[in-house]
Design a protein around this ligand. Sequence first.
Ligand code: IPE
Ligand code: MG
Length: 184
Amino acid sequence: MSWIRERELSFIERLTANILKAGPMPKHVAFIMDGNRRFAQKAHVQRQEGHSQGFEKLAETLRLCLNLGIHEVTVYAFSIENFKRSKEEVDGLMELARQKFSRLLTEQENLEKHGVCIRVLGDLTLLPIDLQQLIAKAVVATKAHNKCFLNVCFAYTSRHEIANAVKEMAWGVEQGLIKPSLSL
Ligand code: IPE
Ligand code: MG
């Protein structure tokens, strides 16, 4: 399954997209992956299949975002909290990530066509080394693309994100890019 699902939009999708495009379009949209296991239970399929189909939905969603001209998408895929799940489930998710990042490396033409730059955010040192290497390759392979940006949060924590945002703001103030105080 490709990262950006190459499929013609249905009539209803095209109609909805055109209506949405007529109004203001957000520049950046974020998605939190959720409900994969509940879906699996409801559909009477294995949990891992639920995660796999969750990824397929994401690929479909990314296709729609591209079509709508949304410049940046952030996907919250796997949090540090998620490491507390059973070893079997965590291993399954790591394997899914391995498959998807390997697949991404074979799809460079498609990513280049759409100008998609992939960035992976989180404490990647917590991931198996082979997965870290695959992610690094995918990030390097797409780093020059600049039409749209896909941020994949993997092994993320809100604390890490907030700390980073504050550090960046402090840097911005130091560099004179941001005013130290807001004039109210
Ligand atoms: C999202 O679905 C996938 C991950 C967080 C890895 P869940 O696994 O949280 O599925 P539910 O919410 O328990 O159904
Ligand atoms: Mg959940």
